[in-house]
Design a binder for this molecule. Sequence first.
Ligand code: NAD
Length: 419
Amino acid sequence: MEHITEGKLFKNVIKNIESAAAVVNCDKNVLTRLRQPRRSITVSVPVRMDDGNVKVFTGHRVQYSGTLGPYKGGIRYHQDVDISEVTGLAALMTFKCSLLKLPLGGAKGGVKVDPNTLSRAENQALTRRFTTEIAPFIGPQEDIPAPDVGTNGQTMAWLMDTYSQQKGFAVPAVVTGKPIEIGGSLGRVSSTGYGVIYIAEKALHTLNKSLKGSTIAIQGFGNVGQHAAILASELGMRITAVSDVSGGIFNGDGLNVKDVLEYIAKNKVLKGYPNAQEITNEELLVLDVDVLAPCALDNVITGKNADKVKAKVIVEGANGPVDADADAILSRKGTLVVPDILANGGGVIVSYFEWVQDISNYFWDEEEINTNMRKIIVDAFNRTWALAKEKNVGMRSAAMGVAIKHLERAMLLRGLYPR
Ligand code: NAD
């Protein structure tokens, strides 16, 4: 499996697993098993393009661990997808589900393609053929995909339809992140952003501060950033800055989120918003706020700017926004960094609820979904905080440690087949 272990992301994940395993004194045979995926599937995906020619794309589905339940993880369409990256992401899903104590394993999938170059018909044909190629390995009890970078609810609808056509009846539980009309869940769209704020509230409590009246700056005003801003404002936080790819906006008295959302609905980007001062994304990251929520890209807080970060709490809404150099600097400064596998876990929790609702054919209201999601994410925060204090380590190592410990217990209980 050499090619699997070559990529930077996979190597980083393994490094994190190994250092957290040392913190919690993980069984050495369990650790040996955790360094490898359970199953990697690579498929050819031939597609007749609109010009009549056939192109063959490469797709992967990696099922990293099935100890805790059916495999679960997104499907990514991106030109940089490769087997190593997909494996690293599948490993991260494994530890995220374990940390949150969801009865799910970890997986990830992807097709090496720039989706922006495909017509709708080509995208649909690619999705249906990829689904067919991995169909023997997925299913409500086997492996449940979801959207990721470059895929969305429509992609999941095509996946669900293709799988259902082959079975001869509707199988909504084969995939999550579906539109509501075909078995999607209320609260899925807002879940990751809301989870970020539930976590911010817990993190502030550890500093004897309350959410109400605290200040927050949010980088990224897409799905995660917008819903984080909506809940933060409902709960009485002062949102002093938000940003997107066009730059940032700042208002020391607090932005009117409803007004900003109306502006972006009309203008697509934040640039030009009238009731605030223009700032850059770099300036947003070093504002004097209680909470900084990077909800856009990876590696935005690095060895170069970590020293200037003034926020007391960083909640990683995006995947990997704080790099390892920055982590060391922030830890010296005493900044509380809540890592991605915990902070953006709201999404996979509500995906889990979607699967449960599909299987039981009974749908919950939004309040029930948000209340139950909050319970699960706050419980994971409490367990992570307790381990961080007990072992005197940062929240990143503690989150991974909690995840490894839960998985270790399950693996030892199930044992190794055949001996
Ligand atoms: P999105 O595409 O809806 O929004 C991304 C936002 O980032 C947009 O506002 C975009 O303008 C902004 N952005 C892009 N380039 C930027 C730049 N150079 N500087 C500043 N802002 C920039 O994506 P999303 O679903 O909100 O996801 C954001 C992050 O959260 C990603 O890292 C994603 O992997 C992670 N995440 C998302 C979910 C989810 O449920 N959506 C779950 C877990 C993790």
